[in-house]
Design a protein around this ligand. Structure first.
Ligand SMILES: Nc1nc2c(ncn2[C@@H]2O[C@H](COP(=O)(O)OP(=O)(O)OP(=O)(O)O)[C@@H](O)[C@H]2O)c(=O)[nH]1
Ligand SMILES: [Mg+2]
Length: 177
């Protein structure tokens, strides 16, 4: 009879799809992506947009940190429904013009407060920054060190995949103008 662990391995995971992770250099995008996709612990700097299966995309932090790359960011996210924006819990600034996340009206934005395990983490400060920059709640507080929030974020992303995205005509007008 298979053990619980073998049973777990045999049960197929529902596939995550159609999201992109965005945030400044070193905020933990690739580590979070690896945790969500259960890809193991590959640690290296992301040099360019990395396309996984099912329209899942990891981006380099330079896409938000350098205006010269904003075009690359916008062309990378154009065909993705869900933008996952990471705010590292130990950073006291927001790393991009927040309007960039709402250039397209047909996107959802999810706020993640990453690296919550760090000794200098300030989760309430990070919440405030996300809110002030127009990222809607709820926020997911995560750590790949102790796995905090990873399962909740995965479940949320999976649940969203089943809900069609509705944008109001007025919102489309505002964003296109
Ligand atoms: N303590 C702690 N460290 C983390 C966490 N997530 C990532 N890190 C560390 O932060 C560093 C940067 O992580 P990455 O995932 O490579 O960051 P990134 O956002 O992909 O960076 P770029 O690809 O350069 O834009 C690595 O040393 C990770 O091990 C976390 O939740 N907690
Ligand atoms: Mg990376």
């Amino acid at each position: 009879m298979p053990s619980d662990q073998n049973m777990k391995r045999l049960t197929p995971l529902k596939t995550l799809s159609d999201f992109v992770v965005i945030g400044e250099v070193g905020c933990g995008k690739t580590a979070l992506m690896n945790a969500l996709l259960e890809n193991g612990n590959v640690r290296r700097k992301t040099q360019a947009a990395e396309f996984h299966q099912h329209n899942v995309i990891d981006t380099p932090g330079e896409f938000v940190g350098r205006p010269a790359y904003y075009g690359a960011l916008l062309s990378t996210i154009v065909n993705v429904t869900t933008l996952v924006y990471l705010q590292a819990a130990n950073k006291e600034y927001f790393s991009m013009p927040s309007g960039l996340l709402s250039v397209y009206s047909n996107k959802r934005v999810i706020g993640v407060i990453s690296k919550a395990d760090l000794p200098d983490a300030n989760v309430s400060g990070a919440r405030r920054l996300l809110k002030e920059n127009g990222i809607p709640e709820p926020y997911f507080v995560t750590s790949v060190v102790n796995n905090k929030g990873i399962a909740s974020l995965r479940s949320h992303l999976l649940a969203l995949q089943d809900i069609p995205l509705v944008t109001s005509p007025s919102q489309q007008q505002i964003n296109v103008a």
